[in-house]
Design a protein around this ligand. Structure first.
Ligand SMILES: CC(C)(COP(=O)(O)OP(=O)(O)OC[C@H]1O[C@@H](n2cnc3c(N)ncnc32)[C@H](O)[C@@H]1OP(=O)(O)O)[C@@H](O)C(=O)NCCC(=O)NCCS
Length: 358
């Protein structure tokens, strides 16, 4: 049986750091509140476009896999903050990395986007339609930060992660063993960015920013991620004891802890890096994959459960058995252009538009 195996991985986080103490100067909050209520200590603010973050993460993933840009036959970019709606982020990334033989496709499932893309790549590979797929999860959510709203402006950040998924005929029990993707569009208004597309264009009065019912999102995220993870384990014929690592979407450390408790997983089997990056939506899981590999938390044959929840609402989970290799085949020398601004300087435009909360 043909399977899709992750053979390369790379991340790109922009250098400018927005700390909780920086936030204290522009919104009515405190390091203590943000740390205890969310687990976030800092997040990154990008000085370049989301497609630039994506292209560097992609270059690093291709090097790790030993794959050239011309080898790619599909690029899936999971994002809800593309540079432009037209053309697609995936075609912009395609041009930046020179993947002339690939088809490009964007996928917006908000924070669940990377797992929707992984499932899509897996199925395209299993049918034989595709052989080598680049998946990027990338966001520039700082674009929508409004510091007059303290309940959303402390949560989000920028970043990109990428993986290469390749067809393998000789690893029957590896790759994505089972997955679930789901949506509930009736809950769309509970987490959204109004007027971020073409709606209301005739009488637009406000610039886009996040709207969120935090407590309902919290409740639904724990239930959806916990229950979907249990179901994919069952579909894959695995028990909880078989799981080596849970890599959940990083939205709030309390959501992650509650999800792990719902699954009965001990803390040492849960990967958490939210303190460094905040919620980077579709990018959290691929960034976490890269860092879990760097930390030695993923070994050949490790059983990983992925789980995510996001705007839509959308949710997804996957039971994944890692392949034979956990070391990169090569390291890319691709780098972002240098940045000489602080995170707050990069956010001056947001502050000019929305004001502050202090
Ligand atoms: C947003 C979130 C952190 C808020 O935490 P919470 O414990 O639910 O807090 P509440 O909304 O009940 O607010 C509690 C108090 O803190 C205040 N507060 C909210 N944000 C604050 C901030 N950044 N700093 C200080 N105080 C804040 C509220 O105004 C409220 O004050 P009050 O009691 O005087 O009215 C939490 O609901 C959450 O993480 N939800 C999910 C968000 C998410 O993950 N979104 C993306 C999904 S992919």
């Amino acid at each position: 049986m043909r399977n899709g195996i992750i053979t390369g991985w790379g991340k790109c986080v922009p250098p400018a750091v927005l700390s909780n103490s920086d936030l204290e100067t522009v919104t009515d909050t405190s390091d203590d509140w943000i740390t205890t209520r969310t687990g976030i200590k800092e997040r990154r603010i990008s000085h370049v476009e989301m497609s630039d973050l994506s292209a560097i993460a992609a270059e690093r993933a291709m090097a790790a896999a030993g794959v050239a840009a011309e080898d790619l036959d599909l690029i899936l970019v999971a994002t809800c903050s593309p540079d432009r709606l037209v053309p697609s982020a995936s075609t912009i990334v395609q041009a930046k990395i020179g993947a002339s033989n690939a088809a490009g496709m964007d996928l917006n499932a908000a924070c669940s986007g990377f797992l929707f893309a992984l499932s899509t790549a897996d199925q395209m590979i299993k049918t034989g339609a595709m052989h080598t797929v680049l998946i990027v999860g990338a966001e520039k959510l700082s674009h929508w930060l409004d510091f007059s709203n303290r309940s959303t402006s402390v949560l989000f950040g920028d970043g990109a992660g990428a993986v290469i998924v390749q067809a393998a005929d000789d690893q029957p029990d590896r790759g994505l063993l089972a997955f679930e993707i789901g949506s509930d569009g009736t809950a769309g208004d509970l987490l959204c960015v109004p007027a971020s597309g073409t709606e209301g264009s005739a009488d637009r009065t406000e610039l886009p920013t996040f709207l969120m019912e935090g407590q309902e999102v919290f409740r639904r995220a724990v239930k959806s991620m916990g229950d979907a993870s249990g179901r994919v384990l069952e579909s894959a014929g695995l028990d909880l004891e078989d799981v080596d690592l849970l890599i959940p979407h990083q939205a709030n450390v309390r959501i992650i802890d509650a999800t792990a408790r719902r699954l009965n997983l001990p803390p040492e089997k849960v990967y958490i890096n939210i303190a460094s990056y905040g919620n980077t939506s579709a990018a959290t899981i691929p960034i976490a994959i890269v860092e879990a590999l760097e930390d030695g938390k993923i070994q050949p044959g490790s059983v990983i459960v992925f789980a995510a929840f996001g705007a839509g609402f959308t949710w997804a989970a996957g039971a994944y058995r890692w392949g034979a290799r956990v070391e990169a085949l090569a390291v890319s020398d691709a780098e972002l252009p240098p940045n000489d601004k602080t995170a707050l300087e990069l956010l001056a435009g947001n502050i000019a538009i929305h004001g502050t909360g202090v």
